[in-house]
Design a protein around this ligand. Structure first.
Ligand SMILES: Nc1ncnc2c1ncn2[C@@H]1O[C@H](COP(=O)(O)OP(=O)(O)O)[C@@H](O)[C@H]1O
Ligand SMILES: O=P(O)(O)OC[C@H]1O[C@](O)(COP(=O)(O)O)[C@@H](O)[C@@H]1O
Length: 535
């Protein structure tokens, strides 16, 4: 088996679809653009791949006055204010905290502590509200370093600290007054049940008795035929043993004000949302509406995207499982291709904007010859196109396997402008297109190829989370509950290998995180044959 040899493409600015519904949300930090053309081209391409063009972004970039000697501290102050987590006391100024009811000794038998329980201080069980985690751990020395995100021409190091997640000593909700609701929206993703389970268990440890699931996503708030599902440890005990969401998922749904009306009617004062960028845009809007109505409510999100395309975090839950499951599809494609006369296998994997699954699965398998991702445009025809590379591969070893992310090569397909119920653009099937084009190419040459196409999307999405994702889900679920009790509304994620933090929703979901096509680190991965012909 030959090593990975990606197809040859052309250098054009990468096209990254962004979430139309999210354009108004806050952009990330400005990225400094140096003067040299070579450097500028690299940085610009990176910037284009890390955020959509937006007037707010230009405004943020323009806002830094480097001639001001105190620009660094101003920058830091601005960062801190953006990354401050909305808190209940922002609205309910006189809210008084009580000692936490979350206790590490909760489930320990009393006879183990004949001399009395160790004190909480001794157990160091709580996180201080002033604890912070460093958001960025690389100090780039030059804007030309791979993946560099520099604030100024010297790549000045500016510490960026975010809120550490975990249980607080003081809480802002009395457990007996809490009614917690959990909702799962968007597409399926391994680990949804694991997160639901952990949220329920942690709520119970705090002493919450009223916990419900909202059926079928946000739709469940408004559809009178759908009843909320009472949840308890007994109900969720084995939930993680199967895939999907025990609550169901959906796209589209009621307006934000209808959702908040429904929350008020139900008496929900803690809302846990599990979903992707769309869901969190909704969660952010729900939080804002609750603030407007001065409701004593915490809205906490746990980002879900199998594609791993959410900003700032190492790994979203479900991604690891997806990469693992994809191995089966890739192996099938390899066996089919390898066993056929002039066989070519195509595997399409999830990734509307980002090629993380396709790349990681390709690298892990060692069976992929060409990996195509949305971040890197490619040619089909011509001397440096995918088709001539396939011809070369068939000639050299008799078979080939292509892995393509669903969002790659969309410019070859007719735009239908079709949208799903949530307003996401419905992508054309690049796998089918590729299969047809490859067949046509080899037929035209009089040397037909046997081209098999596998789309394992729904098989992968529906499996149960693997152990690695299971751990991630458990910690995220716990931290979501700790955040809500602490009075925060935001998102809980793991960053920096893996410290858990709370982040404000808008900073995380403005646009998808993508593979940096300029990073030679990824080039190396993608061109393990050492071919300099990728991109
Ligand atoms: N800008 C928005 N404001 C409010 N709700 C939104 C917004 N965008 C999407 N939603 C809602 O979030 C839910 C999930 O969105 P969707 O895009 O399908 O999945 P995902 O959360 O995985 O991106 C849907 O119910 C949709 O109506
Ligand atoms: O479940 P549906 O509506 O068929 O959507 C399929 C799409 O959902 C996805 O799994 C993405 O889901 P999310 O947008 O919920 O993350 C894509 O990979 C796929 O194209």
């Amino acid at each position: 088996m030959e090593s990975l040899s990606p197809a040859i493409g052309v250098v054009v600015p990468a096209r990254v679809p962004h979430f139309s519904s999210l354009r108004t949300l806050t952009p990330l930090l400005p990225i400094w653009r140096p003067k040299s053309n070579r450097v500028r081209r690299r940085i610009r391409a990176h910037a284009e791949n890390t955020r959509p063009p937006s007037s707010a972004a230009s405004a943020a970039a323009a806002a830094i006055d480097y001639s001001d000697p105190s620009w660094k501290s101003k920058f830091q102050e601005e960062f801190e204010s953006r990354y401050d987590i909305p808190h209940l006391t922002d609205v309910i100024h006189d809210a008084v905290p009580i000692p936490s009811t979350f206790c590490l000794r909760m489930r320990s038998p009393t006879e183990d502590f004949a001399d009395g329980y160790p004190s909480d201080e001794k157990w160091h069980g709580y996180i201080s509200n002033n604890d912070r985690v460093l958001l960025k751990v690389i100090k780039y020395s030059s804007p030309t370093s791979a993946g560099a995100e520099c604030i100024d021409s010297d790549c000045t190091w500016v510490e960026q600290w975010v809120h550490r997640a975990g249980p607080r000593e003081k809480i802002y909700f009395k457990p007996e007054e809490v009614k917690a609701a959990i909702v799962t929206c968007g597409g399926l993703c391994p680990g949804l049940n694991d997160v639901i389970r952990q949220i329920v268990i942690t709520l119970e440890i705090y002493g919450v008795k009223k916990i419900v699931g909202i059926p079928f996503g946000y739709r469940g708030f408004a559809d009178k035929d759908l009843r909320e599902m009472p949840l308890s440890r007994n109900v969720v005990q084995n939930a993680h043993l199967s895939g999907g969401s025990l609550l169901g998922v959906s796209r589209g749904g009621p307006s934000v004000s209808d959702i908040v009306d429904s929350m008020e009617e139900r008496g929900v004062n803690m809302l846990f949302v599990l979903g992707g960028n769309g869901t969190h845009a909704g969660a952010n809007a729900i939080h804002n509406e609750c603030r407007k109505r001065r409701l004593r409510v915490a809205v906490v999100g746990v980002p879900k995207t199998i594609d791993n395309d959410i900003l700032l975090m190492d790994k979203t839950f479900g991604f690891d499982t997806a990469v693992e499951e994809a191995q089966r599809a890739i192996n099938s494609a390899y066996i089919e291709a390898h066993s056929a006369y002039r066989g070519i296998g195509i595997v399409k994997l999830m990734g509307r904007s980002s090629g993380f699954i396709a790349m990681h699965a390709s690298l892990a398998s060692g069976q992929i010859d060409i990996c195509l991702i949305p971040e890197v445009p490619f040619n089909l025809r011509g001397p440096h196109g995918v088709l001539s590379h396939l011809k070369y591969l068939l000639g050299k070893k008799g078979s080939a396997v292509v892995c393509i992310a669903e969002g790659a090569g969309q410019d070859f397909l007719l735009e239908t402008n079709a949208q799903d119920a949530s307003g996401n653009i419905v992508l054309g099937d690049i796998g089918v297109y590729l299969q047809q084009e490859i067949k046509r190419y080899f037929n035209e040459m009089g040397t037909p190829a046997d081209v098999k196409y596998i789309d394992p999307t729904y098989m992968i999405r529906a499996v149960r989370a693997n152990a690695s994702d299971g751990i991630l889900c458990a910690v995220l679920g716990q931290n979501a509950v700790h955040g809500a009790f602490a009075g925060y509304s935001g998102i809980t994620v793991g960053i920096c290998n893996t410290h858990y933090v709370y982040l404000p929703i808008p900073e995380v979901i403005s646009y998808p995180r993508v593979v940096d096509p300029n990073s030679r680190m990824w080039h190396r991965c993608l061109t393990s044959t050492g071919q300099p012909d990728f991109v």
